[in-house]
Design a protein around this ligand. Sequence first.
Ligand code: SAM
Length: 248
Amino acid sequence: MSARGRVLQARGAVFERLQQRAPDQAAALRRIWRRQPRLPLEPSFRRYGMGHGTAVDRVYIERFLATNAADVRGDVLEILDDTYTQRFGGDAVTTAHVLDLDPTNDRATVRADLETGDGVPEQAYDCFICTQVISITYDHRAVLATAARALRPGGVLLLTVPGISHQAEPDGERYPDHWRFTWRAIDRLLREAFGDDAEINVYAEGTVAACAAFLYGMPAEVLPRAALDPHDPDYEMVICGRVVKPAL
Ligand SMILES: C[S@@+](CC[C@H](N)C(=O)[O-])C[C@H]1O[C@@H](n2cnc3c(N)ncnc32)[C@H](O)[C@@H]1O
């Protein structure tokens, strides 16, 4: 029997028992069920729908970076590759630095560990674009402390983290996924790492439709714009944080 068949069979059995015990309740439940959308039991695509269009979380991540594009200048540090540095910084970037722990990443110019801080230069960067990284490190407090040390006074951290998302990689070989966050946690973690004198702005993005589409791996291109905005505070899909490290 198919997965949907099994669900329908189990639901039918529950309903029959309720019908015998409490017919009024059963009738009310039937009315509610009829109004519910039929949710697919499998995602449209796995791995965020990558390869089929833009992953929904990237719409929010890239909007945050576009809003703060003026910060992407001078010596810019990014993790994995320099895609966002080039796209949002352009000519304002003096040097694009790419940091990665992964020894097989040949785009990396800095081989270092953000968690231990080993190999990460101090006060070396004007901007650190740190998108979707700290959830795959266990000690995110240590990573944020490293970020604070790596920036020059007046430098800017542009951070995004997942709030609602599926597992990054179930076997965790490349990306051992550890955490999900809320805006409140990120706000507090950033204040701990950068101190009270830092300028810190944190907000979340997401709606129930955007979260559902993202979990089903539906690409952003198939969603109506109204599904993405305005933000519904009950559904934090992506948390965005901008920090200006205090000048000396
Ligand atoms: C999921 S990718 C995200 C990168 C990219 N910024 C993005 O927006 O998709 C995470 C990257 O962080 C690197 N990484 C994980 N733990 C790290 C650590 N402790 N130090 C440095 N890099 C790390 C991984 O090797 C990988 O390149």
